[in-house]
Write a protein that binds this ligand. Structure first.
Ligand code: IMP
Ligand code: MG
Length: 174
């Protein structure tokens, strides 16, 4: 995908530096484990694939879909969860990977559901931290880039299902 017509907020270089920093922090904490990486579809796919390749820590990858957005802008009431395989993380170190933390509901509810399986540890990582709209008292264990209340897209994040394929993150309606 081409850069023309987009207002670049975080370039591919900025993103990859952030991913490397996050990988270093995660490696420091989980180095001797084989971590179950739970990737929240679809938005976190690009981030997660880059993150596990930047990590030294051994991983197993699980994908599940959790969507709290009915359209491009409005959060709806219920979190929808779907997973493609049986999830069994009892006694395991779990890392939940999402693209962006906004209200915090997705990561909080997901962590709550996974906690029921009594993992050894749960940590969460979001590439982008949208600090202004946090509803649940939920901070990710790790986060990379900070923004206010802007709507962003690219690098996995969609604007009404478009632009996930951009290698950078852009600002909608600048
Ligand atoms: P939360 O549950 O409110 O934290 O919402 C997190 C989810 O909302 C993310 O996984 C994204 O799919 C979506 N989201 C929040 N802000 C944005 C944005 O600026 N652009 C694209 N998706 C967003
Ligand atoms: Mg999403």
């Amino acid at each position: 995908m081409m850069a023309s017509g987009h207002t670049v907020l975080f370039s591919a270089d900025v993103i990859s530096r952030s991913v490397r920093d996050l990988a270093l922090s995660i490696d420091r904490d989980l180095r001797n484990s084989r971590v179950v990486v739970i990737t929240v579809l679809k938005g976190a796919v690009m981030f997660s694939c880059d993150l596990v390749r930047a990590m030294e820590t051994e991983t197993e990858m699980v994908f599940l879909s959790a969507s709290s957005y009915s359209d491009g802008f409005t959060p709806d009431e219920t979190l929808r969860l779907q997973q493609e395989t049986e999830l069994d993380v009892a006694g395991r170190d779990v890392l939940i990977v999402d693209d962006i933390i906004d209200t915090g509901r997705t990561l909080t509810e997901l962590a709550g559901l996974i906690q029921l399986q009594q993992p050894r540890s749960i940590s969460t990582v979001a590439l982008v931290n949208k600090t202004s709209r946090r509803a649940a008292a939920a901070e990710p264990t790790y986060s990379g880039l900070e923004i206010g209340e802007e709507f962003i897209y690219g690098y996995g994040l969609d604007w009404d299902e478009r632009y996930r394929d951009l290698p950078f993150i852009a600002l909608a309606n600048p």
